[in-house]
Design a protein around this ligand. Structure first.
Ligand code: HAM
Length: 433
């Protein structure tokens, strides 16, 4: 009998990639902490209406990609294709004090054509901020995402920005666009030739070359914005300028979800293939809370895919994402309890530490220590026990040697030094500095 495999379009994350995944998530946690956002956790599945009404009956995510099922109680449910509609549903249900600024990590399920960077289950890190229509909040949210990418070391990014207008200017623009598309309908791709009138904006988002050609000459939303929307956009762009975040006005940026109003944005990773280079994106959704039965409440947020971030980091050759690799490996030749206590002491002092188990030989433990990526081994055996000392030993050729001992770390025999047991923390932190 053949063994089971993960379903098409899904992936197991483990080993090296698991460490990198964890590093990305932990970096995001630190960034949202800097901005004062709180964690929100909501269910993986919702009443299908949350997404139909929230994301939009006409959006591809809802019509083609959503995993819908009926449970044993006859309820129609959907696996989350994205995070925002659920978060806003949670807001409507619980009404936390406003402004409510929160973040999440969620799997998201979309029945897509699987390929590199496009999966049927992916993982999104996201942030949402509800309760303010202030453009400074847009600047903060975009700035948060830029800060996160910068902290990861990503450099090859392009921020595309647009405005979707609001209830005052959008309907007239839709009508204008529909008229234009009608005049060129014969040139559209097979799908949009028949469907452009139901949601003309979708055509602007179509990747087929024939639609792109028509889209390029289409009336521009930017020219149809009402005064307040234009002012809002101007405040957002000048705020980004003030923060030194480069951006480009993209007139064909139509995000695939229908709840957007005013500001929309997307970071593209230019190191990736253009079909999957959307690293993260979002925008305002000032009508979403109302659409889900709540009070009118403006909001803005973004989602960014962990798998795409990892691909972008790889493309930019950012191998070391900063965490997940222990700093110290404890080698214990006394049976294992000494390592338990030494590792505990080091971890309490904030030094990431790992160790061997199963009372293995010195050679085997050192081999494992080398593989772990740690820079320093702390060794304790009978000699050390008898003299109240521990041995510190450099593990990598590029490890930083103790003061005045740089040369010793270069040779094939690793640098090694005995220190008093009571001086362990000082010696380790001096070594790792
Ligand atoms: P989205 O652009 O559909 O927006 O997805 C956000 C990010 O998730 C994308 O930029 C991409 O990195 C990743 N992503 C999307 N689909 C896939 C896939 N099939 N495979 C791998 N990665 C994928 C949203 O979902 C909105 N909820 C963002 C938002 C939050 N807007 C306002 N607040």
């Amino acid at each position: 009998m053949s063994a089971f495999k993960a379903p098409i379009g899904t992936r197991d994350v483990l080993g090296e990639e698991g460490a990198r995944f964890a590093a990305v998530v932990s970096r995001f946690g630190r960034t949202v902490g800097l901005f004062g956002y709180e964690l929100v956790v909501s269910p993986m599945f919702e009443d299908v209406g949350v997404f139909r009404r929230g994301v939009g009956e006409e959006s591809e995510v809802v019509t083609k990609e959503m995993y819908v099922f009926e449970d044993k109680g006859g309820r129609s449910l959907a696996l989350r294709p994205e995070g925002t509609a659920s978060v806003v549903r949670a807001y409507v249900q619980h009404r936390p004090p406003l402004p409510w600024r929160c973040w999440y990590l969620t799997p998201a399920f979309r029945y897509e054509h699987p390929q590199a960077g496009r999966y049927r289950q992916h993982h999104q890190l996201g942030a949402e901020a509800l309760g303010s229509a202030d453009p400074e909040l847009d600047v903060e949210v975009i700035g948060l995402l830029a800060t996160f990418y910068r902290a990861l070391g990503l450099r090859r990014l392009e921020l595309k920005l647009s405005s979707m207008g609001d209830g005052a200017c959008m309907p007239a623009y839709r009508a204008l666009l529909a008229g234009y598309l009608e005049s060129r309908s014969a040139e559209l791709c097979a799908e949009h030739r028949l469907r452009y009138s139901r949601n003309p904006l979708r055509v602007l988002d179509c990747k087929k070359p024939e639609c792109r050609l028509v889209a390029e000459a289409a009336p521009r939303l930017a020219d149809a914005l009402c005064g307040p929307c234009r002012d809002h956009f101007g405040r957002v762009t000048s705020g980004l300028d003030a923060l030194g975040i480069p951006w480009r006005h993209d007139h064909t940026l139509v995000r695939g979800l229908d709840y957007y109003t005013r500001t929309t944005f997307e970071f593209a990773a230019t190191a990736l293939d253009s079909a999957q280079n959307g690293l993260g994106g979002g925008g305002r959704y000032d009508g979403l809370a109302e659409a889900l039965g709540g009070p009118p409440t403006p909001g803005i947020g973004f989602g960014t895919g962990v798998e795409r971030i990892l691909l972008a980091c790889e493309a930019e050759e950012l191998a070391d994402l900063g965490t997940g690799v222990p700093q110290v490996f404890v080698v214990d030749l006394l049976g294992g309890r000494a390592a338990t206590l030494l590792a505990d002491e080091l971890r309490r002092a904030g030094v990431s530490t790992t160790r061997a188990f199963d009372d293995r030989s010195l050679k085997a433990q050192l081999r494992q220590a080398d593989r772990s990526g740690a820079r320093l081994a702390v060794i304790v055996g009978p000699d050390e026990e008898a003299t109240g000392t521990v041995t510190l030993r450099s593990l990598r050729r590029d490890s930083v040697a103790g003061p005045g001992e740089a040369d010793a770390a270069e040779g094939p025999g690793a640098e090694q030094r005995r220190v008093g047991r009571q001086d362990l923390l000082a010696a380790v932190s001096g070594w790792l500095r």
